[in-house]
Design a protein around this ligand. Structure first.
Ligand SMILES: Nc1ncnc2c1ncn2[C@@H]1O[C@H](COP(=O)(O)OP(=O)(O)OP(=O)(O)O)[C@@H](O)[C@H]1O
Length: 590
């Protein structure tokens, strides 16, 4: 109905019935004063909305009283107004943290104080004073009624008033709200359960609670209170802080010993995890963001000069290829992957022997003695041989700092090669999974029942993280490192990548143990062709390069060393003006 038609209809109604249409309140007169009590209840219920009018009424009455009894009190009123305004500006930060809110409160105090002073001297009904009070009430009321946090607080108060009745309906009768707090995204509360009830009772009723509270589906989180088994913490997110992808803000870690910041939790806190001497497992359905998480990890670790990175990408290198210049080795076929893992076992063995000889327990990574992290995308595609090496690394690799970071869709025992790998994974990151039981598959037995509900994650990059010291199912979303950022970050970090330490490099050059090593032929080639002075061999190759330059794989062959070492030397030559990059990945001497 158009506005004009609506007005006409209202006029007709008024003419016909001689009354205005208005909300009808039915009162049944059971005892005198019940109407008054109902009105008082209504005023109490809407006290927040009515606050500007109540304040105006009190100020008006105060003006009447002071003008009649104490018309000479105006100097006191001026003093009180100035003190009150200054107090709000200077000391109000604790109650009103935002400047705009303090400014509003100070302006209201100044306005009402001034009006009261004038009303005390001249009388509240004199001249324009009543009009000023009326207009001031409306002008001051608008920001008050509009204020988002006030409205949210009122809504929470009303929700919590209805808590006992609501929880009775959803089957959690007897629980009480201990405290509640409104925040930027919604609100949180501490709930005391009836004796005998546990967090599992609350978790089992989560959808019913969402319905009872009238939230959107998926807005409610329930966590255990670490101090009381009969308390739970609930959090209602009116707005999803993870609704939009979060761009990667850049690297803050310089060492593998620094925690890697993967993304942010729902309370905007950073999601940090240490990967130092720990194996990691990333699980989730296709498209849940596993490669995205690996990108964040690589963006961070390639900036750390005390970790050498090897990659296995059995999607033909599709995911890890952009990082190739920062990876010391990259395997893209199952055979190469098995060779790579076999070599990792040899590094591990050499380091373990060295540690034992020096009576040390762990390998402390430094740029000269870097950790070795093997990043594996699509772990389930490895062959049996590779599974055996991975199993050995998973069991023995922590102390010598040779660790795995594996991503896979469903880490069943079959997919993980039936070895000990899954049980050895200390850091478990679960993205969206299709079935509830897959939660336990990725995170460990019993995690679903304990509230790790990864099957309800609803966007790529959202995850739950379990690691030493991280045992509460806080939802997080990984940063999104877009393709441009990957390329720029890889280019920036490539010149600073460390080479493997001499001991580990020597272990790779020494004659392979055929019982342990499947790739004797390749290794023998490296050993045969490995020059005594790789730096000199590199320089000779650059000098002898054709005008189109010599490729990186060729340089790796002539030096017998890895990508990082070669990049570091090439950039030294380039910085000294001795060599240059002819085209992408092809170099020659000046
Ligand atoms: N953190 C993130 N934030 C927003 N979008 C993301 C995030 N991570 C991944 N995505 C988006 O989700 C899509 C799938 O991501 P990704 O390839 O990482 O998934 P995956 O689990 O590795 O899939 P698959 O198993 O098929 O390789 C990508 O197109 C990407 O844009």
């Amino acid at each position: 109905m158009r506005r004009r038609d609506y007005r006409r209809a209202r006029r007709q109604l008024r003419r016909r019935y001689g009354t205005r249409t208005a909300p009808v309140v039915y009162l049944d007169d059971r005892y005198p004063g019940e109407g008054l009590a109902a009105a008082a209840r209504l005023v109490y219920r809407y006290r927040s909305e009515l606050a500007p009018f109540l304040l105006t009424a009190v100020t008006g009455l105060a003006g009447l009283f002071l003008h009649a009894r104490h018309p000479n009190a105006w100097p006191w009123l001026i003093g009180a107004t100035i003190l009150g305004t200054a107090g709000i500006v200077l000391l109000g930060r604790r109650w009103l943290p935002r400047v705009i809110e303090r400014a509003y409160a100070a302006a209201a105090e100044l306005g009402l104080g001034t009006w009261l002073t004038l009303a005390t001297v001249y009388g509240p009904g004199t001249g324009p004073l009543p009009k000023i009070l009326g207009i001031g009430t409306l002008a001051g009321g608008i920001p008050w009624w509009w204020h988002r946090r006030r409205r949210a607080r009122v809504q929470v108060e009303r929700t919590l008033e209805a808590w006992p009745e609501m929880t009775e309906q959803v089957g959690l009768a007897g629980s009480r709200v201990m405290s509640a707090m409104v925040d930027a995204w919604g609100w949180r509360a501490r709930i005391a359960l009836r004796k005998g009830q546990t967090i599992n009772d609350a978790l089992n009723r989560l959808p019913a609670l969402e319905s009872g509270l009238g939230t959107r589906p998926g807005a409610l989180r329930i966590e255990a209170d670490p101090h009381r088994a009969d308390h739970v913490l609930i959090r209602v997110l009116n707005r999803d802080p993870h609704a939009e992808p979060l761009p990667w803000p850049g690297n803050t870690a310089r060492s593998i010993a620094d925690p890697v910041t993967l993304g942010v939790y729902e309370d905007a806190g950073p999601t940090r995890v240490s990967l130092l001497c720990l194996h990691g497992l990333i699980g989730g359905v296709a498209g849940s963001g596993k490669s995205g998480v690996l990108n964040v990890v690589l963006a961070v670790l390639t900036g750390c000069t005390d970790v050498v990175l090897w990659g296995i990408d059995l999607k033909n290198g599709m995911e890890l290829q952009p990082w190739a210049r920062c990876l010391d080795r990259l395997a893209t076929t199952p055979r190469d992957a098995a060779e790579l893992l076999a070599d990792a076992v040899r590094v591990l063995d050499a380091r373990a022997t060295e540690l034992a000889q020096h009576g040390a327990r762990v390998w402390e990574p430094t740029p000269q003695l870097p950790a070795l992290v093997i990043v594996i995308d699509e772990y389930a595609e490895l062959d049996d041989e590779a599974f055996r090496y991975a199993d050995s690394i998973a069991r023995r690799g922590r102390a010598p700092a040779v660790t795995l970071l594996a991503a896979t869709q469903r880490p069943t025992q079959d997919a993980m090669g039936n070895g000990a790998v899954r049980s050895q994974m200390d850091v478990r990151l679960c993205l969206r999974v299709r079935e509830r039981r897959d939660v336990d598959l990725v995170l460990g037995q019993g995690m679903l029942a304990a509230g790790w509900t990864a099957h309800t994650l609803d966007a790529p990059g959202k995850f739950l993280l379990s690691a030493p010291g991280l045992d509460v199912p806080h939802r997080a979303r990984a940063y999104l490192v877009d393709d441009d950022t990957v390329n720029r970050t890889a280019a920036r970090h490539a010149p600073h990548r460390p080479a493997l330490d001499a001991l580990s490099a020597q272990a790779l050059r020494s004659l392979p143990n055929s019982a342990q090593r499947p790739a004797e032929i390749l290794d023998a080639e490296i050993v045969d062709s490995a020059p005594a002075d790789p730096a000199q061999a590199l320089w000779s190759a650059l000098l002898a390069a054709p005008t189109t330059g010599v490729s990186l794989p060729d340089l790796m062959t002539v030096t017998g060393l890895g990508r990082s070492w070669i990049y570091a030397r090439l950039h030294e030559h380039a910085n000294a003006g001795r060599a240059y990059q002819v085209t992408r990945g092809r170099w020659r001497a000046q």
